[in-house]
Design a protein around this ligand. Structure first.
Ligand SMILES: Cc1cc2nc3c(=O)[nH]c(=O)nc-3n(C[C@H](O)[C@H](O)[C@H](O)COP(=O)(O)O)c2cc1C
Length: 260
């Protein structure tokens, strides 16, 4: 195991891009992906342990919370977490801090990837993809330097009570929005959506793409489809796609990405 470990969940690349930038700057780092059950959960040998994940509906995405319960971190390790969101951080950092006490944490806003809800430019402060990416890279460098110096955040993440109520309804809302997913005639059956789906919710039957009832609304299939053939009902038909410019489907589907 490398000296530093970063656990990362990312639906459309923003969080993985930040994890990669921080890992490059720290060196000697393994990024352990959390889109499915993490390949390694016992990281008690690591000097620094980080967590980078987006806010989904005011809280942690998909199964991340369940996976976090299994992660073993040494009380002597330095711990840090970055919550990405388009506007507000929600209760994710609070929940994480309850399980794994955090020495350092930050919220960073980036493009909104909930394509069925808002166009991607709907972030705080509002800006286009290029400016948001430059801003994210600036933050990644600053955060990496602070993590290297093992700086500690004085206050604890907030309990975000209103977001707790929002997030309680989230799983069902994501599942029912996912039931509206359809591929249109532009689909060339390339297989990318099925490969990318973190819950195995997409399968092919003859010439049809079948979406099941296990969607967590990561929006990866819609945003990464090379033909822009997948939509949530009619809502997204005319909406511009977005995924992080520096992150590929192949990277998102790795178990571990290592940096020397
Ligand atoms: C399903 C879904 C729900 C989201 N919910 C919130 C939210 O409650 N608050 C917020 O500020 N951003 C929300 N976002 C925006 C993401 O947190 C943000 O775009 C993040 O950068 C995405 O990271 P990723 O590309 O690594 O998946 C949501 C995005 C998605 C796809």
């Amino acid at each position: 195991m490398k000296e530093n470990v970063i656990f990362c969940y990312s639906g459309t690349g923003n969080c993985l891009d930040m994890a990669k930038n921080i890992a490059k700057s720290l060196g000697n780092t393994d990024i352990i992906m959390m889109r499915k059950y993490p390949a390694i959960t016992d990281v008690r040998e690591a000097k620094r342990v980080g967590f980078i994940f987006p806010c989904y509906g005011g809280g942690l995405p998909g199964h991340v919370e369940r996976y976090l319960h299994d992660i073993k971190v040494s009380p002597d390790s330095y711990t840090f977490a970055i919550q990405q969101c388009s506007a507000y951080a929600g209760e994710g950092l609070y929940k994480l801090n309850e399980l794994i006490p955090l020495d350092y944490w930050k919220k960073v806003t980036h493009q909104c990837t909930a394509i069925w809800l808002f166009p991607h430019t709907m972030m705080m402060p509002p800006m286009g993809a290029e400016a948001a990416q430059a801003r994210s890279e600036h933050f990644a460098e600053k955060i990496a330097n602070e993590v290297k110096a093992e700086i500690k955040t004085k206050r604890k993440p907030s309990k975000a009570v209103a977001n707790k109520v929002e997030h309680a309804k989230w799983t069902e809302m994501a599942r029912s929005i996912g039931m509206t997913l359809k591929a249109n005639d532009n689909c060339v059956m390339c297989g990318q959506c099925a490969k990318l789906c973190p819950t195995g919710n997409i399968r092919y039957q003859g010439k049809a793409v079948i979406f099941g009832d296990k969607c967590i609304s990561c929006c990866g299939c819609v945003n990464y489809c090379p033909q822009e053939a997948i939509n949530f009902g009619k809502i997204t038909e005319k909406r511009e796609r977005y995924h992080n410019v520096n992150v590929t489907v192949d990277e998102l589907t790795q178990d571990i990405i290592s940096f020397e």
